[in-house]
Design a protein around this ligand. Structure first.
Ligand code: AQP
Length: 329
């Protein structure tokens, strides 16, 4: 039997290259060797201020991008979190064993509370909902970016605590990271993020002129004040993007050229723009085609939800059983 993988993305804004290289590209690779379940986590998107009139549109756009990137509904399950109600049911059960102190210490909770100037119960409970997403399918592995590692640790803690308290039900999932596990924003101030100003991230659907307008002024390693100063690609958002997006030959060219000042930052950016377009151009084209056929995409998501629910209901029955909740007869 194949091992199961689960992962998801919030439809909170334009999906960017951080999401693509940190998570999605890996998802596509894994669908040939794992039993993969990929979700659009729309209920996670409700944990901060959001516009109900755009959430549905963003959900559809995310689904189009999933398929355009190479996720094949014949090989994996694609669905929307809110279409399988067992996610929120399991969140409740897990919340009975989640420690308040541990949730309050989550970096993302602290960052988002500061960013939005307030918080709510759902934002605090976000990692419990994420744990429920994963544990509900007994996933063995979760491909995510590095920013989600802390939440994955909490997921394993909850699985362990639950199994210890009620009996062996859940699998403790491992975290799968990639070379693009932490793509930095083009201002070199922390990770590329949907909720940061648009010029600091490259959307997966940005056309080449927009990509270049963002890359050209992007901040690079501060050590490269002059053209002749050597730099470190590991301290530069452009270098880190090359590591995720470029061939080994180009990566070697960047490392040698940057650390010896043989190449300037503009050469490095130009090559990156070419490499991004080579990968994202075809995805952008397929994306536009899919956006023009929304009914077909919703149908894929409905079928995915039906398949996901079949797994989810059997696991939730096990959970109810060991927790002393009697299912209706
Ligand atoms: N910059 C990044 N580098 C590597 N991986 C990243 N991921 C996100 N940003 C980067 C990974 O992409 C997946 C989906 O992320 P998400 O939509 O669930 O939310 P997030 O991590 O909170 O991403 P954002 O862009 O910062 O969204 P907002 O602003 O809406 O909170 C995850 O696997 C994530 O690790």
């Amino acid at each position: 039997m194949r091992k199961r993988v689960f992962s998801g993305i919030q439809p909170t804004g334009q999906l960017h290259l951080g999401v693509y290289y940190g998570a999605m590209k890996n998802w596509v690779r894994l669908q040939d060797t794992y039993d993969c379940i990929y979700c659009i986590v729309d209920q996670h998107a409700q944990t901060v201020e959001y516009d109900p009139t755009v959430l549905q549109q963003r959900t559809l756009e995310a689904a189009c991008l999933y398929i355009a990137s190479g996720l094949d509904p014949q090989k994996c399950i694609l669905f929307v979190q809110s279409h399988v109600k067992e996610h929120t049911e399991l969140t409740w059960y897990l919340s009975t064993i989640a420690s308040l102190g541990q949730l309050e210490r989550m970096t993302q909770f602290k960052d988002k509370t500061e960013q939005h100037g307030s918080s709510n119960l759902a934002l605090l409970a976000y990692p419990v909902l994420m744990a429920a997403d994963i544990l509900l399918y007994k996933a063995a592995a979760v491909p995510v970016g590095e920013d989600q590692s802390q939440h994955l640790e909490l997921t394993r803690d909850l699985a362990q605590r639950f199994n210890h308290r009620f009996g062996q039900v859940f699998v403790e999932p491992e975290t799968l990271l990639t070379r693009g596990k932490r793509i930095i924003g083009l201002d070199n101030q922390g990770k590329m993020s949907k909720s940061k100003p648009e010029h600091t991230s490259i959307a997966m659907v940005d056309p080449p002129d927009v990509v270049w307008a963002k890359l050209r002024p992007a901040v690079t390693d501060p050590a490269r004040k002059r053209r002749t100063d050597p730099g470190d690609p590991n301290k530069c958002p452009i270098g880190l993007l090359h590591f995720a997006a470029s061939s080994q030959q180009d990566i070697d060219w960047v490392i040698k050229g940057c650390t010896t000042a043989e190449i300037g930052c503009i050469d490095c950016k130009k090559q990156l723009a070419v490499n991004i377009e080579a990968e994202m151009g075809p995805i952008r084209e397929r994306y536009s085609e899919l956006c023009a056929r929304p009914d077909e995409v919703w149908a894929v998501l409905k079928d995915g939800a039906d398949r996901a629910r079949a797994v989810a209901t059997s696991v939730i029955d096990e959970v109810r059983d060991v927790m002393g909740i009697k299912s209706p007869v």
